[in-house]
Design a protein around this ligand. Structure first.
Ligand SMILES: NC(=O)c1ccc[n+]([C@@H]2O[C@H](COP(=O)([O-])OP(=O)(O)OC[C@H]3O[C@@H](n4cnc5c(N)ncnc54)[C@H](OP(=O)(O)O)[C@@H]3O)[C@@H](O)[C@H]2O)c1
Length: 410
C-alpha cells in the first residue's frame, strides 16, 4: 500500500495518544488526514489540530484509505465501521464490544470489500496477543488460554489483596481514572468476556456470541473471601479462560484463587497477562500494560504499520474448526456467604470442606458447570464464587457422596 491516509474517529484517551505516537514515528508512511470527534464545545488537551464533527468528512473522503475507530460508544462505532468497510476503507479499532457483538458480519464485510479489519488493541492493550495467536501459534495446538485482560478489576483485586474493601478499592480506581462511573462492564466481567470472544476466535477458530459465555465478576467479593485467600497464601485474579478438551472447549470468565507458583501471581494493578499453553511451546506468559493512552495507541500503531504490507487476519483456524462450546463438566469452587443458608441454594456434587461461622460461612467442593451457569452470580450479593487453583474436575475422579469432608465451626 502507498501512503496511509488516516481518518481518525475519536480524540480522547487513545485517540490523542495515537496522534502523539504517530508524530514520534517518522519511519511509518502514514499520517492523520482528518480527525472527527463528537463534542464541538470541549476544551482539548491538544489544540493545534483541526477537529471536525461530521462523520461524512471521513467516510466520504476518497483519499482516506484507513479509518481508525477510537470512540467510546460501541453502537455508534458499529455504524461508522460498517460504513467505512462498505466504502472499501481499511479499519483499525480498539473496541472489543463492537467486534465481539458483530464478529461474523464485520469479518464478512471486510472480506467482501477486500479490505482489512484489525483490532490488536481491543484485547489486553499493549500486549501483542491477537497477531501472535493468529500467526505464531498457527500450527502449534493450543490447549489453554488464561487471561487477566481487565486492568480495572485487576487493580481492585490488588487493592483487595492488601486488605482494602471492594467498595473502597473501586472508589480509588474511579478516582485514578481506571474505572468508569458505571463500572458494570468491568466489575461484572463483561469486558473480559468480549475479549474472550476475540481470543476464542484467534486461538481456536471458534466464533461465538458473547451471550453464550458465562461471566462472573468480582462485585460481590467480601473481605472475608480475601482473608480466606490470604490465609492460604493465595491471591484472587479474574480470568477469561478457555480450555480445550477433545472436541470441546470450556470457556468462561470467573474469579479464581491462584497459588504462589502461578505465573500470574505477581500480575498486579492495571497490568494484564495472557497465559498461553501450547502442545510444543508449552506455557508462555504475555505480560504488559493493558490500558492507557500510549500503551493502547502502540497496539493501534502496530496495526496501522501492518497495513503497509496489506496485512489481514486469515482466520485459518476457523476453516478447520470442529470445536464446540462444552458445558458438561464440573468445577471445584469456593462459595462464601455472610448468610450460611444461602450456601444451600447451590447443589454440590461433592463437598471437601465446610466452614460455618456467625457472620461468614463457606463451602468448598465440586459443582456442575450447568448448575453454576444457571445462577446470575453478579446479582447474588449474598454469595461469592471463586474457582479453586485446580479448577477443572475430570469426570473419572468424580465419586458420589461426600469426600474428605471437613466441617469447621466457630
Ligand atoms: N482508554 C484505554 O486505556 C483503552 C484501552 C483499550 C481499548 N480502549 C478502547 O478504545 C476506544 C476509545 O477509548 P478512549 O478511552 O480513548 O475513550 P475516551 O477517552 O472516552 O474518548 C472517546 C472519544 O470518542 C469521541 N466520540 C464519541 N462518539 C463519537 C462519534 N459518534 N463520532 C466521533 N467521535 C466520537 C469523543 O469525542 P469528544 O472528545 O468530542 O467527546 C472522544 O474524543 C474504546 O473502544 C475503548 O474501549 C481504550
Amino acid at each position: 500500500m502507498s501512503i496511509l491516509k488516516i481518518g481518525l474517529f475519536g480524540f480522547g484517551c487513545v485517540g490523542t495518544g495515537l496522534y502523539q505516537v504517530l508524530n514520534q514515528t517518522n519511519q511509518l508512511n502514514a499520517r492523520i488526514h482528518k480527525i472527527v470527534a463528537k463534542n464541538p464545545h470541549k476544551t482539548r488537551s491538544i489544540q493545534d489540530v483541526e477537529i471536525l464533527f461530521d462523520p461524512d468528512a471521513i467516510l466520504n473522503d476518497p483519499e482516506i484509505n484507513v479509518v481508525v475507530e477510537l470512540i467510546n460508544s460501541s453502537e455508534e462505532a458499529y455504524q461508522l465501521v460498517k460504513e467505512a468497510l462498505k466504502r472499501k476503507k481499511n479499519v483499525v479499532t480498539a473496541n472489543k464490544k463492537l467486534i465481539a457483538e458483530h464478529f461474523a458480519e464485520l469479518i464478512d464485510l471486510a472480506k467482501e470489500n477486500r479490505v482489512s479489519l484489525l483490532y490488536e488493541a481491543a484485547v489486553a492493550g499493549s500486549i501483542p496477543i491477537i497477531r501472535n495467536l493468529e500467526e505464531y501459534y498457527n500450527n502449534d495446538t493450543l490447549s489453554r488460554i488464561e487471561g487477566i485482560v481487565n486492568g480495572t478489576t485487576n487493580y481492585i483485586l490488588t487493592q483487595a489483596n492488601n486488605g482494602i474493601s471492594y467498595e473502597d478499592a473501586l472508589q480509588d480506581a474511579q478516582e485514578k481514572g481506571f474505572a468508569e462511573a458505571d463500572p458494570t462492564l468491568d466489575v461484572d466481567g463483561f469486558d473480559a468476556k468480549f475479549k474472550l470472544v476475540l481470543l476464542l476466535k484467534h486461538a481456536f477458530g471458534l466464533t461465538i456470541k458473547p451471550e453464550r459465555l458465562l461471566n462472573i465478576g468480582i462485585r460481590n467479593l467480601k473481605l472475608k473471601d480475601v482473608q480466606f485467600a490470604n490465609e492460604k497464601g493465595w491471591r484472587i485474579k479474574l480470568f477469561a479462560k478457555a480450555i480445550k478438551r477433545d472436541n470441546g472447549l470450556i470457556a468462561f470468565v470467573a474469579p479464581q484463587l491462584i497459588t504462589k507458583d502461578h505465573s500470574s501471581f505477581h500480575v498486579d494493578d492495571e497490568f494484564n497477562a495472557v497465559l498461553v499453553q501450547a502442545a510444543f511451546a508449552d506455557k508462555q506468559l504475555f505480560y504488559g500494560k493493558g490500558a492507557g493512552s500510549f500503551p493502547t495507541a502502540s497496539a493501534v500503531l502496530s496495526d496501522i504499520s501492518a497495513l503497509q504490507y496489506n496485512y489481514q487476519y486469515e482466520y485459518r483456524k476457523s476453516a478447520s474448526n470442529i470445536l464446540e462450546l462444552e458445558d458438561d463438566f464440573s468445577l471445584k469452587v469456593y462459595i462464601g456467604s455472610e448468610n450460611a443458608s444461602s450456601l444451600y441454594d447451590i447443589d454440590f456434587e461433592e463437598i471437601d470442606d465446610i466452614f460455618i461461622g456467625k457472620n461468614y460461612s463457606y463451602r468448598i467442593g465440586n459443582v456442575k458447570f450447568q448448575t453454576i451457569k444457571n445462577i446470575d452470580w453478579n446479582k447474588r450479593s449474598d454469595m461469592s464464587l471463586l474457582l479453586l487453583p485446580e479448577e477443572l474436575i475430570e469426570q473419572k475422579s468424580l465419586k458420589s457422596g461426600y469426600n474428605e469432608l471437613n466441617i469447621n465451626q466457630n
